[in-house]
Design a protein around this ligand. Structure first.
Ligand code: PAF
Length: 283
């Protein structure tokens, strides 16, 4: 397994691989890998001849006062997990390599980035789409894998790839949860024991909404009440948003169906966590 920071070297490796007819899979991450990332890597390994993982804590997707500085980093552990999953190349560009002096070109997906995390974190998705577009240009993969926990991010990246004719297949992968239901996230590291218990209300809210829907309920208002009741039981949970939206367009809805998404962002202590569940799916 190679670990490289040079953009040119990364471009040369994948250009050579393409020349020899190899299929390239790519998993972009900000590191501090967990089982969710490992599942993306294993699927990428299964589907490709060359598996590239990028680790880059992208400054442009963090807002003022967010956790860019303290975002957890552990290259040694990440390298171990990557090696176990069969990664061929870890690409670790530097911030000045990605955003050199004079940088001024941004990628912006419009409507899909307005609600949910786009509303709470202005500029966040512009940072995500710009860095993912740059990484796609550098790695030039045949397919790229993303987790469905960041449901809106996946929708936005799919839109960008389609709108800008990027020749890459975007693969969405199921959410990986701890045994008690908490969706895996690098930010779970911030949680105290009490926060960790409180954070279970995210997955419980999704379970409650799904169970109401499976029981035949189609009113968004009533499904929402069942989700909010789970959150209301936890004094330590502060709602950023809890919304029911169409899972493709992210439009609001009064009536739900199997494609309706329950999207949640809660502040648990000082940690902002998100979770997502499509009512007619399992994860
Ligand atoms: O999901 C993430 O870890 C990041 O948003 C991504 C896609 C790697 C872009 O920095």
């Amino acid at each position: 397994m190679k670990i490289i920071s040079s953009i040119t070297e990364m471009q040369e490796i994948t250009a050579d691989a393409r020349q020899s007819g190899k299929r390239i899979a790519f998993v972009p991450t900000m590191g501090f890998l967990h089982e969710g990332h490992a599942s993306l890597l294993r699927e990428g390994r299964r589907r490709s001849d060359l598996l590239v993982l990028s680790i880059f804590v992208n400054p442009s997707q963090f807002g003022f006062g967010e956790d860019f500085e303290r975002y957890p980093r552990d290259m040694e552990r990440d390298s171990r997990i990557a090696a176990e999953a069969g990664v061929d190349v870890i690409f670790t560009p530097t911030a000045t390599g990605m955003y050199p002096a004079g940088f001024q070109s941004w990628v912006n997906v419009e409507e899909l980035t307005l609600p949910l995390c786009g509303a709470s974190r202005p500029g966040h998705f512009r940072g995500v789409t710009t860095v993912v577009c740059k990484l796609f240009n550098i790695v030039n993969p045949h397919l790229a894998l993303f987790g469905k926990k960041d449901f809106q991010q996946l929708a936005v990246i799919r839109r960008m790839a389609a709108d800008l004719n990027m020749p890459v297949e975007i693969v969405g992968m199921p959410i990986i949860r701890e045994a008690d239901g908490l969706a895996m996230s690098s930010r779970n590291k911030y949680l105290s024991d009490a926060d960790r218990k409180c954070a279970l209300c995210l997955s419980r809210a999704i379970m409650a909404a799904r169970s109401a829907f499976r029981g035949g309920e189609l009113s968004a208002e009533i499904i929402m009440k069942s989700a909010l009741a789970e959150i209301g039981r936890e004094q330590g949970a502060v709602i950023d948003y809890v919304e029911l939206r169409d899972s493709t367009t992210l439009a609001e809805c009064d009536r739900v169906n199997g494609n309706t998404l329950l999207a949640l962002a809660l502040k648990i202590g000082s940690t902002r966590l998100i979770d997502n569940g499509v009512l007619g799916e399992d994860d």
